[in-house]
Design a protein around this ligand. Sequence first.
Ligand SMILES: *[C@@H]1O[C@H](CO)[C@@H](O)[C@H](O)[C@H]1NC(C)=O
Ligand SMILES: *[C@@H]1O[C@H](CO)[C@@H](O)[C@H](O)[C@H]1NC(C)=O
Ligand SMILES: *[C@@H]1O[C@H](CO)[C@@H](O)[C@H](O)[C@H]1NC(C)=O
Ligand SMILES: *[C@@H]1O[C@H](CO)[C@@H](O)[C@H](O)[C@H]1NC(C)=O
Ligand SMILES: *[C@@H]1O[C@H](CO)[C@@H](O)[C@H](O)[C@H]1NC(C)=O
Ligand SMILES: *[C@@H]1O[C@H](CO)[C@@H](O)[C@H](O)[C@H]1NC(C)=O
Ligand SMILES: *[C@@H]1O[C@H](CO)[C@@H](O)[C@H](O)[C@H]1NC(C)=O
Ligand SMILES: *[C@@H]1O[C@H](CO)[C@@H](O)[C@H](O)[C@H]1NC(C)=O
Length: 430
Amino acid sequence: MLRNAALTTLLARQSLQAASSSVNNEDLDPLRLNADGTFQISIFSDLHFAQDASGSGPDQDRASVKVMSDILDFDPPDLVVLNGDLINGEDTYRENSTHYIDQIVAPMVDRNLTWATTYGNHDHNRNINGEGILEREHMWPGARTSAMINTTMSGVTNYYLPVYASNCTTVEDCTPELLLWFFDSRGGRYYQGGAQPNWVHSDVVEWFEDTNAALVEEYDTEIPSLAFVHIPIHATYVFQQEEGPDKNYQPGINQESVVQQGDGWCAEGDDSGNCSYGDQDDPFMRALVATERIIGLFYGHDHGNSWCYNWNSRISDMTITGNGINLCYGQHTGYGGYGDWIRGARQIIVTREGLRNNTVDSYIRLESGESVGRVSLNSTFNTDYYNSTSNQKTYLSDIFSAGSLIQPKVFSFYSSPLILSLATVMCLSM
Ligand SMILES: *[C@@H]1O[C@H](CO)[C@@H](O)[C@H](O)[C@H]1NC(C)=O
Ligand SMILES: *[C@@H]1O[C@H](CO)[C@@H](O)[C@H](O)[C@H]1NC(C)=O
Ligand SMILES: *[C@@H]1O[C@H](CO)[C@@H](O)[C@H](O)[C@H]1NC(C)=O
Ligand SMILES: *[C@@H]1O[C@H](CO)[C@@H](O)[C@H](O)[C@H]1NC(C)=O
Ligand SMILES: *[C@@H]1O[C@H](CO)[C@@H](O)[C@H](O)[C@H]1NC(C)=O
Ligand SMILES: *[C@@H]1O[C@H](CO)[C@@H](O)[C@H](O)[C@H]1NC(C)=O
Ligand SMILES: *[C@@H]1O[C@H](CO)[C@@H](O)[C@H](O)[C@H]1NC(C)=O
Ligand SMILES: *[C@@H]1O[C@H](CO)[C@@H](O)[C@H](O)[C@H]1NC(C)=O
């Protein structure tokens, strides 16, 4: 047993070195639609690894790995999006805070899947920062996360990924079929410092507007797009307060008040520290609704909400009017983080046909295997009747008493071919 443990540690160390020295994610193939014109995205939200590290944390983390693994096997996606709060930075040590990434990406690495990340407020803290997480992600093959703008206020995960047609051989000659935009809504704390503002900064909004305008010019067309960010926007808050999601027209659970970007902060430059919200995400919202053919914005943060809403009108006295962008929560994926709502992942189904109409379909795949809340995010969403989603709960104790997780699956990256051969050599030589 002891020998196994020592071997495990040794292998882990060697495999990490092997993984890091041989990885160059710059060489990853560009994303492409499948030959049948489909493209499926799984969103894992709010994993909160490392929470309660001295208590049930390690069990929570194993359960989260199981949720991700099961969902990837139910519904193998073409891209995984980790939509913020991967690691519960309050609970981590400076020297190894980013190492939780190894466990988080293992389900994808094991399956040769590729992923893209946004960071959330818990990923920014005294002992952890976005730059460190980014570096750790890129020790593993399949990471597409990047930082396309670095200003003092930008945060890290601001970038876009083009998705090309399946028959596109030379991407320089092809117009992307779809653009995926990723934004860092920051929050939490600065590394070794104080509180960090929690909205998409105006520097990033400018970068988004300029980059999108350049793409429109380059391709001489508006390309359909999807966007991902951790913290919901003010429109989500106003919709919930003023109208509220209807269980049959915006199916999903609606179990908590929206905590929006800018929550708890005064307007930019006003440090009186006494405000509940100060319109900080106005520039971001204006840029989103000015983006023609943007189909949806997907966020997490509020673990008790999982509905979508088609923002196609003026809500209440908001000065910004929606352009038909669908605003969608994911499903709390992690056993870390507050709440016992059943874990799952929002799935997005892109089809070439749907893109012509600025439409994608979506549903939530639960850890139980059941799928709920299937909707078409098309021009009549908000008026199409759907079955409501029941409010199910799951508990860590159920997972463990079911016996399925009694043997911790510590280093699942053994199954990568490189590591397997390494393990074989090690075992043979002992
Ligand atoms: C980080 O270090 C702490 C303290 O030594 C340890 O308890 C924890 O398991 C480590 N976490 C990881 C992911 O290595
Ligand atoms: C992993 O995926 C890439 C891209 O989809 C593919 O080219 C490669 O052959 C796959 N590798 C394995 C071992 O399946
Ligand atoms: C921003 O910084 C990251 C490292 O944190 C680096 O990988 C990236 O290339 C930089 N981006 C730009 C546009 O300089
Ligand atoms: C890819 O297929 C489409 C039709 O499905 C065609 O219009 C297009 O020209 C093809 N592109 C390339 C690069 O072959
Ligand atoms: C902060 O709030 C208190 C009451 O809640 C108010 O009296 C005070 O003027 C506020 N301070 C600022 C700087 O706005
Ligand atoms: C596209 O929109 C048209 C008209 O609104 C509709 O008839 C058609 O079914 C839509 N196609 C898809 C794939 O959503
Ligand atoms: C939108 O999708 C729903 C559900 O599939 C469908 O009933 C409705 O006709 C669609 N609307 C359009 C404009 O295609
Ligand atoms: C909606 O609910 C009804 C009644 O419970 C059920 O018969 C039907 O299969 C459900 N439809 C879907 C798409 O789940």
